[in-house]
Design a protein around this ligand. Structure first.
Ligand code: ADP
Length: 648
């Protein structure tokens, strides 16, 4: 009971609503995934931001280095046009009329050649007259030299002839060499500082480009129009940072790039945004120049202005390593968060398990207490029941004792009733010897008075014999009438029959009953009480005698036999009136009698059956075939098993 109550209390805890549980679990799992994703994303973003900042720093540093390199390339040659403008030979050449210049030209050419050779990478140094024709050049020795070329349309000439020194990147039309053009007006003091020509230096910045090529990250210089002048990779040269219109391209080609493929590809870089470091994706044709693994990828681009020019130096750095690291950091953050969440879940689970265990323990203790209370209650109930039962048992034992006493009394009463029946016969039997005793005693007194002592003595001897005879009549009666408890013993059935017949002898004789006793002494031994068996036999024989009163044939047959089962069957049969149906049905009922009032109590057979049953036997009645009734007593045979050893 207590266990069932305990289960009923704990079941809802152990098996809550399954659907609700699944819903909560799914929601929890989704929430954890979201948290992990957010942690991963945050880790990624922070790492990327940090990585990009580092990359910016790195790019800035690189920009500084590259700018310094460009600067050094350009700065070391900036003074040369100034020197040229002051050179006397050159001035002299310019003062000559055009047709007379050929004589002085070679000398100036060689001078320019030497000057050029002194400065590595300065490609060409040349002098133009006021009309824009090249009149002396350092590359005079080459077949495709600039001598005689008309460069009057070029912006450096236009600017210088106008009086302003010029610096500009351009590609010369002869050797397709890009270069930085320094143009300086040459004034003649003799002609009142009039501009008579222009000294031009075309400086190569290829050295810088070569340096860049050693870097694995793209770098470039774009001019004020956003056209790439120098680049690594080289394929980006003449590309534009932003898409250019057709007119812009035409103008640039005409003035500055002399037919080069300017603006045919755009890098899509905003220089202003790049100043702070922006991320761009190099795609399209521009990407083809990159290594295959860098194509279509994002780059951090940083730019800075080259001092004194409208040029911008730009460096690009792949953000791929930064992103890869950010992914790793994101994964790490997610993993760390997962570990943290798992740890928290583990702690929560442990706490729950602990609570559940404590709850179960408390429930168990409560169940135990309830059980103990119930047990105590039941024990008290049982004690009460046991006490009641003990009282009942004692009561029953008392009742049984009373019943047994009553039965004993009844048996005794039955005995007395039998004695009463025998009394008449006994009285009659005693009357005769008593009368004789009386006469012999009276005669004896008379003989003594007369002195005839001999005769008196004879009379007294006869009196003694008669007294013995009367004692012989009374003794069996005394032993029969004795009130004794039933004590089973080994009883010779024939002896019990003989005693009964002896007691009933007088009435049987008077009634003229022929007794056929077939029981032989020492043949059949039953396990019962001899006195009680005698009582039963006296009842049966007395009834038989009564039943044969009106009959002409009065024969009583008594026989004993051993039954197949081992018991002893003792039968008392008569030739009397027999047992009609209605009598047979009620034969053993107490107080059933067919005798006249005052003659029979109707208890004889009832008591007899009780006595026989007490021994473990049975008493039954039946009608004989030839008329008359037969009563059969079955008794347990006296065997070694039921006989106590001290019985003898
Ligand atoms: P009682 O002898 O005082 O009547 P019993 O119990 O001994 O009481 O007998 C009950 C009745 O059974 C008798 O009144 C009689 O009618 C019937 N009875 C007993 N024995 C015989 C018998 N041998 N033959 C015919 N009837 C019998």
């Amino acid at each position: 009971m207590a266990a069932a109550a305990f289960l009923a209390r704990t079941m809802p805890v152990a098996f809550p609503d399954i659907a609700g549980l699944v819903r909560r679990r799914s929601f929890g799992a989704a929430a954890i995934l979201v948290v992990l994703a957010l942690a991963g994303l945050a880790g990624y973003l922070v790492s990327e931001r940090h990585g990009l900042n580092l990359l910016r720093e790195e790019s800035r540093h690189r920009l500084d280095l590259l700018a310094a390199a460009v600067d050094s390339e350009v700065v070391r040659v900036t003074h040369i046009p100034g020197i040229l403008a002051l050179n006397a030979d050159i001035l002299d050449l310019l003062r000559q009329p055009a047709e007379a210049r050929s004589a002085r030209q070679p000398e100036v050419n060689r001078y320019l050649e030497r000057l050029s050779a002194q400065h590595v990478d300065s490609l060409a140094v040349f002098v133009m007259d006021a009309r824009g024709r090249v009149i002396a050049s350092s590359d005079w020795i080459l077949t495709d030299n600039l001598l005689g070329a008309d460069l009057s349309h070029r912006p450096f000439f236009q600017a210088a002839i106008g009086g302003a020194p010029y610096r500009q990147y351009a590609v010369d039309g002869v050797r397709d060499e890009p270069g930085y053009f320094f143009a300086q007006p040459i004034r003649d003091e003799r002609q009142d500082w009039k501009i008579v020509g222009v000294a031009v230096l075309k400086a190569s910045i290829r050295g810088v480009e070569r340096q860049w090529l050693t870097h694995d990250a793209p770098a470039l210089i774009a001019d004020g129009n956003g056209v790439v002048l120098l680049s690594a990779p080289r394929e980006w040269r003449y590309a534009s940072l932003q898409p250019l219109s057709g007119e812009q391209v035409a103008e640039l080609v005409r003035l500055q790039f002399d037919g080069r493929p300017v603006g045919t590809m755009s890098l899509d870089i905003d220089v202003r945004a790049a100043a702070a470091g922006s991320v761009v994706r190099v795609s399209g044709r521009a990407a083809e120049a990159l290594a295959p693994e860098s194509r279509g990828r994002d780059f951090l681009v940083m730019s800075r202005n080259l001092p004194g020019t409208a040029w911008h130096l730009l460096v690009l750095a792949s953000v791929r390593p930064v992103r890869a690291q950010a992914v790793a950091h994101g994964a790490l953050a997610a993993a760390a968060s997962a570990t943290l969440i798992l740890w928290l879940l583990y702690l929560r689970q442990r706490r729950r398990a602990l609570q559940a265990r404590l709850g179960a323990q408390a429930a168990l203790e409560a169940a135990n207490r309830a059980l103990e209370e119930k047990v105590a209650e039941r024990t008290a109930d049982l004690t009460r029941t046991v006490e009641t039962l003990e009282a009942e048992v004692a009561e029953r034992m008392r009742a049984e004792q009373t019943l047994r006493a009553a039965q004993e009394e009844l048996v005794q009463a039955g005995k007395l009733a039998v004695l009463g029946r025998l009394a008449t016969g006994i009285t009659h039997e005693l009357n005769q010897p008593l009368g004789a005793v009386r006469t012999l005693a009276g005669n004896g007194i008379e003989f003594m008075r007369r002195g005839n002592l001999e005769t008196a003595e004879q009379n007294l001897r006869i009196v003694c014999d008669l007294a013995d005879q009367m004692g012989g009549i009374i003794r069996p009666l005394k032993s029969f009438a004795r009130k004794s408890p039933a004590v089973p013993s080994r009883v010779d059935v024939a002896q019990a029959v003989g005693s009964a017949l002896f007691l009933l002898d007088p009435p049987l004789r008077r009634a003229g009953v022929v007794v056929d006793n077939r029981c032989a002494a020492g043949e059949h031994f039953a396990w019962c009480d001899a006195n009680r068996l005698q009582q039963v036999l006296i009842n049966l024989i007395g009834n038989a005698a009564d039943a044969m009163n009106d009959r002409s044939e009065r024969r009583l047959e008594i026989a004993a036999a051993t039954q197949p089962g081992g018991g002893i069957a003792l039968s008392v049969a008569d030739t009397g009136c027999g047992l009609p149906e209605e009598v047979l049905d009620r034969l053993f009922e107490p107080f059933f009698t067919t005798q006249a009032a005052g003659e029979g109590l109707g208890l004889g057979l009832a008591i007899s059956r009780d006595i026989v049953r007490d021994f473990g036997g049975e008493l039954r009645a039946e009608n004989r075939d030839g008329g008359g009734a037969r009563f059969v007593i079955t008794l347990p045979a006296a065997t070694g098993d039921n006989e106590p050893e001290n019985n003898e």
